[in-house]
Design a binder for this molecule. Structure first.
Ligand code: GLV
Ligand code: GLV
Length: 325
């Protein structure tokens, strides 16, 4: 008999096609991509399902798992991040979890480089000046920024994404890659010739500092006043991981007082960041609406991987990408 599944978003077509053609599931869908399923509706829809395909806007916590009931055996999230999942609860209930690493590494690395250059070379300010009459003449120090050539790039959390970012930055003649993590990652580090350093050293030495870690209790608001105070006044901070790793009040302070030169953020707390947020008033802060993996190719690959993980999990087979709880 068919497994019952709820899909919390109108996901890209490749994944939906896989579910439809599987002959394995009967699924219901929140048929919109513009607004997330309301929590109340979600709690009703999950009642009795065997599987759930979700995105990162859905909190998969005790309340939801209680509402779903004992049939639920697979959660498949269309994301590499899993901070929206209560892993302890899932583990205790023996629920398996699929996610979508690797397929998004190229897209995230590309976007991170784009955001870094946009921030360091002040591109948003520059286009604004050009179209609003600020372009009086060619000026010697106007809109000057910071270059990658001969710089030290620091990576906080060296995983596949950090490596992919470094590989793309190396041709810009970066002088040195350094990284910090809970422990050295020699296999990954040697691919990019990166030196393992303490967090303290990372903050002090980096001209560009990219956050590439997962959000966990250990990394929550790790970028705080103390962290920013050690960074160079000429340094650029980039975050394409999770907004929760940053204390945004402390970041605002660091940017507005010139403690650091600029910040490029693809992720914030909350999301969306209210348009009245003080960070939006700063010229040296570039804020994107969480689009790092947003290429057509990658989002379809994530959709397909999430669908396949779900189907495999429901058949009690190993998933293509499964979290070890
Ligand atoms: C995006 O942020 C993801 O986790 O895939
Ligand atoms: C996750 O860390 C990835 O690189 O896909």
């Amino acid at each position: 008999s068919l497994s019952r599944v709820y899909v919390t978003r109108q996901i890209p077509p490749e994944g939906l096609k896989i579910l439809k053609e599987s002959g394995q599931v009967q699924f219901e869908l929140w048929d919109s991509d513009d607004v997330p399923v309301p929590r109340k509706e979600l709690l009703q829809k999950v009642k009795g399902v065997d599987g759930l395909l979700c995105v990162l806007t859905e909190k998969i916590d005790k309340e939801l798992l209680d509402a779903a009931g004992p049939n639920l055996k697979v959660i498949s999230t269309m994301s590499v991040g899993f901070d929206h999942l209560s892993l302890e609860e899932l583990k205790n209930r023996g629920i398996r979890v699929g996610y979508t690493p690797e397929v998004l590494t190229d897209a995230v690395a590309e976007l991170t480089v784009a955001l870094l250059l946009t921030t360091s070379r002040r591109l948003i300010e520059a286009t604004h000046e050009a179209k609003t009459g600020g372009w009086g003449t060619w000026r010697t120090l106007w809109l000057c920024g910071y270059e990658l050539a001969n710089s030290t790039v620091g990576i906080f959390g060296l995983g596949r994404i950090g490596v992919a970012i470094a590989e793309r930055l190396a041709p810009f003649k970066v002088k040195k890659f350094i990284y910090t993590d809970v422990a050295p990652r020699p296999e990954l580090a040697k691919q990019i010739n990166a030196e393992y350093v303490s967090m303290d050293e990372l903050t002090k030495r980096s001209d560009f500092l990219a956050m590439c870690c997962a959000l966990t209790p250990e990394t929550k608001e790790i970028c705080n006043k103390n962290f920013f105070s050690k960074m160079k006044k000429t340094s650029i901070f980039i975050n394409t991981s999770r907004g929760g790793v940053v204390n945004q009040d402390d970041l605002y302070e660091a940017l507005s007082t010139g403690q650091i030169a600029g910040a490029g953020l693809d992720v914030t707390v909350p999301e969306p960041l209210p348009t009245s947020h003080p960070l939006f008033t700063l010229k040296n802060c570039v804020i994107l609406p969480h689009i790092a993996s947003a290429s057509y190719t990658t989002r379809n690959a994530m959709s397909a991987l999430a669908a396949n993980n779900l189907l495999l999990g429901l058949r009690d087979e190993p998933m293509i990408k499964e979290l070890q709880l």
